[in-house]
Design a protein around this ligand. Structure first.
Ligand SMILES: [Zn+2]
Ligand SMILES: [Zn+2]
Ligand SMILES: [Zn+2]
Length: 153
């Protein structure tokens, strides 16, 4: 398996960016926590452990840049924070990794792997002539624990 770091370095080069430690570190921080949906501040805390000299402003700027190039995805999960996750780095595959399930009671965000929307996309293409290239799904409801709690009440 190619080293993750090397892959990030290649991607940055492909996008015409200089390879810098903070860029690689931010990608790595997100890659290692695919289900965490980190805020910029949380990313900063993680990256700072390895690079004590890094500033929050640099982290913000780097995140913006990486998001513009789709190396990371910006998320709004309805809790008032802007969150980030690693983007789909595989250009061949359709940009996709998981769907978000948001608990209205405890606020937890669960992820659902797998995609059952191919049919819907085909239908849209057929009936509207609209070529779908990506989608984002947020399901609102109650997680298992909260659903059980609610039944008790
Ligand atoms: Zn996610
Ligand atoms: Zn819950
Ligand atoms: Zn999907």
């Amino acid at each position: 398996m190619p080293d993750k770091k090397d892959r990030f370095k290649m991607l940055l080069k492909e996008k015409g960016l200089k390879v810098t430690t903070q860029r690689v570190d931010i990608l790595e921080a997100l890659e290692m926590r695919p289900d965490k949906h980190l805020t910029a501040e949380e990313i900063y805390e993680i990256v700072k452990e390895k690079n004590p000299d890094i500033g929050l402003a640099t982290v913000y700027r780097t995140i913006q840049l990486l998001a513009e190039l789709n190396l990371i995805d910006k998320l709004n999960l309805g809790d008032g924070y802007v969150r980030y996750e690693i983007g789909n780095m595989d250009e061949e595959k359709k940009a996709h990794h998981h769907h978000h399930l948001i608990c209205l009671s405890c606020g937890n965000v669960l992820t659902f792997q797998g995609d059952l929307l191919d049919n819907l996309e085909n239908q849209i293409q057929k009936s509207m002539g609209f070529e779908v290239v990506d989608h984002e799904v947020k399901m609102y409801g109650y997680c298992k624990d909260c659903a059980a709690e609610r039944k008790k009440e």
